[in-house]
Each structure stands twice: as structure tokens, then as C-alpha cells.
Design a protein around this ligand. Sequence first.
Ligand SMILES: NC(=O)c1ccc[n+]([C@@H]2O[C@H](COP(=O)([O-])OP(=O)(O)OC[C@H]3O[C@@H](n4cnc5c(N)ncnc54)[C@H](O)[C@@H]3O)[C@@H](O)[C@H]2O)c1
Length: 240
Amino acid sequence: MKIAIVGAAGRMGRMLVKLGGAEVAYQVDVAEGYAHEWGANCEGVVDFSHHTAVPGLVEKAAQAGIPYVIGTTGLTAEEQARVNACAKRIPIVQSGNYSLGVNLLLGLVEQAAKVLGPEYDVEITEMHHRHKKDAPSGTALMLAKSVREGRGGGEFCFGRHGDTGERREGEIAIHALRGGSVVGDHTVMFAGEVERVEIAHKAQSREAFAAGALKAIRWAKGKAPKIYTMKDILFGENMI
Ligand SMILES: NC(=O)c1ccc[n+]([C@@H]2O[C@H](COP(=O)([O-])OP(=O)(O)OC[C@H]3O[C@@H](n4cnc5c(N)ncnc54)[C@H](O)[C@@H]3O)[C@@H](O)[C@H]2O)c1
């Protein structure tokens, strides 16, 4: 399969180019020395670039009728709506995290939230390297949504500052830490009256995400137009 990597000069892009090997026919980036678009024989696109670039490029892929894998996070509601419109024409895989471990974590967190219930306060922390441009991480948002699914509700709270008053009942709080070269750490804490449960994931290499995204583009080839998630690819109908 001939694929294009968008954001090829970036941290994730360089890892995708290395892992993809001969399959990578186009290295697309705004950086000097890179292609500015993919060619007519391109059979699929993997995008780890910047949220502002995503809608226009997905529309271009929809015109060409080729599948698109979105790794880029931080899309605005308007950008997401343009992506959603393209899913009527091509298969799109979109996930805030392409690693096997985090997708397993999502299922475990949902189950824990269901068993422990709203009496256990949920605090999610994420830490990433100092260059990350959006917060909180797409993965932290996915984990928060899994908690909400498990419990059947809950308001999100993004950090705390000043005269906050007491913790609100059922609140699902998310905190973003930035520093050094951390690839991606996530912890979901369930804090009860007499005990705490913590479920954590630590990515040691960007290879964890790149391998998943390459698996996703190969899987998407020939699939019906729709937005798929990494859960569809890893677990299919037998979701944990
Ligand atoms: N879903 C996941 O598993 C996962 C994992 C890691 C990172 N990410 C996300 O992937 C994105 C990239 O992360 P990174 O750490 O590699 O960032 P980075 O800043 O190192 O790389 C981004 C690259 O995109 C390029 N770019 C920017 N605008 C462009 C455009 N219009 N057209 C083509 N290229 C463009 C930049 O020049 C840069 O080389 C971020 O949104 C990040 O949150 C997702």
C-alpha cells in the first residue's frame, strides 16, 4: 500500500516514516525539503500534524476516495464537523491515542467507573513533553469520556484555581502537566473515603502510537465510509 505521512518532519512523523519503510510514498509537511501534497497514486493518508491542517486535507482525500487516519488532536468543533462530513465518502480512523495499552485502559477505566460509582471521586492527570501544543491531551479526554460512559454521567472540570469551593458531586477532573521529554503518561484516580484506585499508562516510545496508526491505515483500505476508532480495529465487535 502506498501511503502519505502528513506532518512527516515532526516527532510522530519521523517515527512513522521510519516504521512505515517502503510503504511511505509521500512525506508531506510545510517544513522545507518536504512534499507539499501527495500524488495521484496515493492509497491512504496518516496525519500527525496540526489541527488547522486536518479538515482541508481530509476533504482532499475524500475527493480522491482514499482512506484517512487522523492522529492529530485538538480539533475545534468546526474542524471536526468538516471531518464528519467527509466520513460519508471515505473511511476515516480517528483516535486521540493509537497505542494498544491505552485502548485497553479505556475499557478498564469504563469498567472501574461502573463498579465504583460516583462515590469515588475521579481525578485524571496527564503529563507530556514541553513542546506539546494542546491541553488536555486527546487521550485524557477519551479517558474522561470512558468514566462518564461507565457511570452514566458527570461534568468535566479542567484544572482548579482560586476560590473553587468544595468538590462538586460527580465531577470528573482533568489536569495537564508539561515538562521535559515525557512521551505520554496518564493516570485515572478513583478516590473513595477509605481507599484509592489508580489505573495508569506510560508510553515509553512514540513507536507505540506509530505502529497503531500504520495498522489503522492498512485496516481502513476498502472499508465502508464512516468514522472508525482504534477500538474497532483492535477489538472489533468483542469490545472488552
Ligand atoms: N493520536 C495519537 O496517538 C497521538 C500520539 C502523539 C501525538 N499526537 C498528536 O499528533 C500531532 C503531532 O504531534 P507531534 O508531537 O509529532 O508534533 P510536531 O510539532 O513535532 O510535528 C507536527 C508536524 O506537522 C507539520 N505541520 C504543521 N502544519 C502543517 C500543514 N498545514 N501541513 C503539513 N504539515 C504541517 C509541522 O511542520 C511539524 O513537522 C499533535 O496534534 C499531537 O497531539 C497524537
